[in-house]
Design a protein around this ligand. Sequence first.
Ligand code: C2O
Ligand code: CU
Length: 549
Amino acid sequence: MVCLGVVIVSFISWRCKGINGQFPGPTIRAEVGDTLHIAVTNKLFTEGISIHWHGIRQFGTPWADGTASISQCAIIPGETFHYRFKLDKAGTFLYHGHNGMQRTGGLYGSLIVDLPKGQKEPFHYDDEINILLSDWWHKSVQDLEAGLSLDAESFRWVYEPQSLLINGRGQFGCSLGANFINHSLPVCHFKGDEECAPYIVRVLPNKTYRMRIASVASLVSLNFAISNHKMVVVEADGNYVQPFTVDKIDIYSGESYSVLITTNQNPNQNYWISSSHQDNNVSTTQALTLLNYKRISPSILPSFPPPPTFPWYDFEGRKAFTKKILALKGTPQPPKYSQRRIVFLNTQDLINGYIKFVLNGISLSLPPTPYLGSIKFKLKNAFDWRAPPENYPQDYDIDNEETTKNLNSTLGNMVYMFPLNQVVDVVLQNALGIGPNSSAFHPWHLHGHDFWVVGFGEGKFKDGDEKSFNLKNPPLKNTIVVFPYGWTAIRFRADNPGVWAFHCHMEPHLHMGMGVVFAEGVQYVKGIPDQALACGLTGEMFVNKNTHS
Ligand code: C2O
Ligand code: CU
């Protein structure tokens, strides 16, 4: 079956990008085996766009991955680009803009892939609920980007968002939970039909619901909870996990979960649903909405306080949650050995007076010609073809920011090239950035693959630490966090011909260079549409070909 979706990106209101006049964009829903055909028309006036289908591996269609400068040329204003790709796996996914910081500007939506008819999930539920979490700034994306691009003296961090959103709805200047939270905000009152009225989750008593929860947050890590209702986690990033029960889930940008909830509480009251900020600064008000059993008015506020919020430095609580995620029996296991190990030192450095994130001393600065075309056609001048560093100086002290000086950091656009099917271990090594206590949480996302999360550790990863890797039931994911002052190890097989971004999913971090580019088997890639190559050196190549023939 071919599903046709038409996605038109335009401004729906001041500073807010929307799709088909909706914010968030429409939920795209299809079945395994379907081919999605999505025509994206750029109705913005000045900016190029591309849309990434986050979690979809794009086997055979790497040109449809939607990463500007990597898999395609940005779609210019007025143009339509046709994404066509096959859905090979069920799960909860996302889509979002992938050019500059357009995700922060609101260019996103949910993508849900169902099992083919007749196949059953390994858990039971009566109905489902879809929740998309995000964060919201009052400043325009242009303004936020501009602040990040200033030299270190004038540099303006984005700081914290003004609101957190649940399905695109958030409050500012009031809180539904104001009566219980000890601050000066008034209680929000809604009739229910306002543009920003909370998205009420309506349920029936004594049923089991599959709640799909995904985060496209620009920056913050969130925790999500429903008062009086336990959550049984069954899916993470489109992969089944060994079910475990929790009161709240920690969700990092780019992650998705399915949890089962049972509506077995008193149906004559409403319950809080909350999404709370969990970052350096905790003053953004938690986003609240209600779980309503359809027995009473959805506007009656609960008589008890909303779920607690947790401080960002609750490292132990956050690690405990992430380490509970293990693969469900029957999930493919990782290869026993890896053939290559790349260690990425995650830190910050000053480059020519600008604050940048660097990986082994290199801060990603994307070239104008998308890599997929320049590697396929071996364009020597499109980017720096030298092999980038696979480790960092062994005497580097991850707890001492002075030592970044030894990295001699530079901007770069080199590519990690893998022979097709190579088994690769990547160790994300966290360290101090610039400033005290500056080792941060970073959710790393890999395009084109799921990877096994084989290990976590404190301090510096050492030779031999691979002996402690979990090769028995490591979860398959596409996004995983690296904790402050520690390391996270993943294993994957480079079995998907194409060029793939691997980056921190906090958009301002990526904007400051926190990403790398992987390529494998590009010689086998076929059928790249001309439009994906119509810029930079590949664009010139076409023009020359046409004028010479
Ligand atoms: Cu959801 Cu490269 O990102
Ligand atoms: Cu980051």
